[in-house]
Design a protein around this ligand. Structure first.
Ligand SMILES: Nc1ncnc2c1ncn2[C@@H]1O[C@H](COP(=O)(O)OP(=O)(O)O)[C@@H](O)[C@H]1O
Ligand SMILES: [Mg+2]
Length: 450
């Protein structure tokens, strides 16, 4: 321990370090670097020693400053310390880092659009990570390449195992049907822009999409980022809430810090119900950590001021805790049903094109009729199966071979009829329909035809 007066004291272990504080003169400040590592295992003797040291220190004007990269204070000490969280560097600070790297690499500091892109790609990184990423782009490309920085960020973000930067987000064109949901999204296209702020629009909070598996929920969630032209981050809520990775509370804090540093961005939480099994059963095995984490997450959802658009999907609403569905968490909740005939036509067109075939080569109308009760995902799978089948015979799939293929498959909706009815009943009045229901006159037509 250096005492600043040129002297130093020896200590063998953290407890001894803490007890040395009492030997120091009055009105001194003690900085304990990386001390969080000793607090992590909650050593009761160390906790006691720190408490005593603080008590004595208070009367003698001695202050103890702990520096660490994680907040791991044991509950007994939480009230004794003031916690000052350090935000991740903003663009100004990153700009300084960038200029420093440029000058040490003997390069002119990047400016204009390249600079903007570089700084955008680096938000969410720590100063040291940004430094490494900037230096790496010089080494790899001989200059400053924002996409290398973005790639490095994607790797860094992935390291804690909870967040992932998704590069290819897809677009609304790849989604058949769901017109009302698409329209809602398109209305929010410029929601994070300056003009929207000037107009007085509040930042959109997010969207919850519930529905039958395979109906394009994940597809739509991904496309949201493209609609808003913002980066897409995927959160593994299952791991976060289930406390599979230790330090759940610290993890949530770091996830939020990263997401808010990258903001404006889209945070995608797929099949969010899977994360809740832990939060409900808790109080038992994990001492309530998961439900505490879930509670903090909910209040962040509701109160966040950073422009983060949260898009969550769920297949099974019975697993969702009611607090989660309360008003104010999301701007809107949409329900995605099985695609209707018109939507199935659109899906057939999209899927045939996706695998390099011309939709005009097939009788899309007949195929859409034959796939009543099928999801988009099942239609895609059937088409892939047909392609394999035809490939093995060195042929091209035809309407006939497709129809044969379809007749052999049973859509999930037939096996899950009960769950689907229950889900529809639940959604009624609670959620907006992703697809516009047929007008009353058309409904009559459908009924008479049936
Ligand atoms: N409405 C749709 N339009 C086009 N393709 C779809 C649609 N719904 C599903 N698919 C296809 O099925 C795949 C799986 O859908 P996905 O979005 O993962 O379903 P969910 O998340 O609702 O379970 C998609 O990647 C897409 O290829
Ligand atoms: Mg999905």
């Amino acid at each position: 321990m250096d005492t600043g007066d040129g002297q130093s004291r020896e200590a063998q272990d953290p407890i001894q370090v803490v007890s040395l504080v009492s030997d120091l003169p009055e009105n001194s400040m003690v900085i304990l670097r990386d001390f969080h590592q000793f607090l992590e295992d909650g050593n009761p003797v160390l906790t006691r020693a720190l408490k005593d040291c603080l008590r004595v220190g208070k009367t003698k004007g001695k202050a103890v400053l702990l520096l660490g990269c994680r907040q791991v204070l044991p509950a007994e000490l939480e009230r004794e310390f003031v916690v000052v969280p350090f935000a991740l560097p903003g663009k100004d600070e990153l700009g300084v880092v960038l200029d420093r790297i440029a000058s040490s690499a003997g390069q002119p500091p990047p400016d204009g659009m390249t600079r903007e892109l570089l700084l955008d790609s680096a938000t969410g990184l720590t100063t040291i990570e940004a430094e490494n990423a900037f230096a790496l782009t010089v080494v790899e490309s001989g200059g400053f390449n924002p996409s290398i920085v973005a790639r490095e960020k994607a790797n860094e973000v992935k390291k804690n195992g909870l967040l992932e930067v998704i590069a290819a987000a897809g677009s609304l064109d790849q989604i058949g049907g769901l017109d009302q949901l698409k329209q809602w999204l398109l209305q929010r296209k410029d929601a994070f822009g300056d003009e929207a702020r000037r107009y007085g629009l509040p930042s959109p909070k997010g969207l919850l999409i519930v529905g039958i598996p395979g109906t394009g929920k994940s597809l739509t969630a991904k496309a949201t980022a493209a609609v808003l032209s913002r980066p897409l981050l995927k959160l593994d809520a299952g791991r976060l809430f289930a406390g599979l990775v230790g330090q759940s509370e610290g993890n949530l804090r770091s996830v939020i810090a990263t997401v808010e540093a990258i903001a404006p961005c889209v945070l995608w939480i797929d099949e969010i119900e899977k994360g809740f099994s832990g939060s409900r059963s808790s109080g038992g095995s994990d001492g309530g950590t998961s439900s505490r984490v879930f509670g903090s997450f909910l209040s962040w959802l509701q109160e966040k001021s950073a422009p983060v658009f949260v898009v969550a999907t769920a297949n099974d609403v019975t697993q969702l805790p009611p607090e989660f569905l309360r008003k104010g968490r999301f701007d809107e909740m949409f329900f995605v049903d099985l695609p209707n005939e018109e939507e199935r036509e659109a899906i057939w067109r999209i899927q045939t094109a996706k695998y390099g075939r011309k939709a005009t080569e097939f009788d899309i109308i007949q195929l859409a009729r034959a796939t009543e009760g099928w999801t988009g995902s099942e239609i895609e799978q059937a088409f892939i199966d047909a392609l394999y089948h035809a490939f093995s015979r060195q042929e091209e799939p035809t309407d006939l071979s497709l129809m044969l293929q379809l007749s052999e498959l049973v859509p999930l909706s037939r096996l899950m009829a009960e769950q689907i009815t229950a889900l529809r009943a639940w959604a009624k009045g609670r959620a907006r329909l992703a697809t516009k229901p047929p007008a009353a006159s058309e409904k009559r037509k459908i009924l008479t035809a049936a």
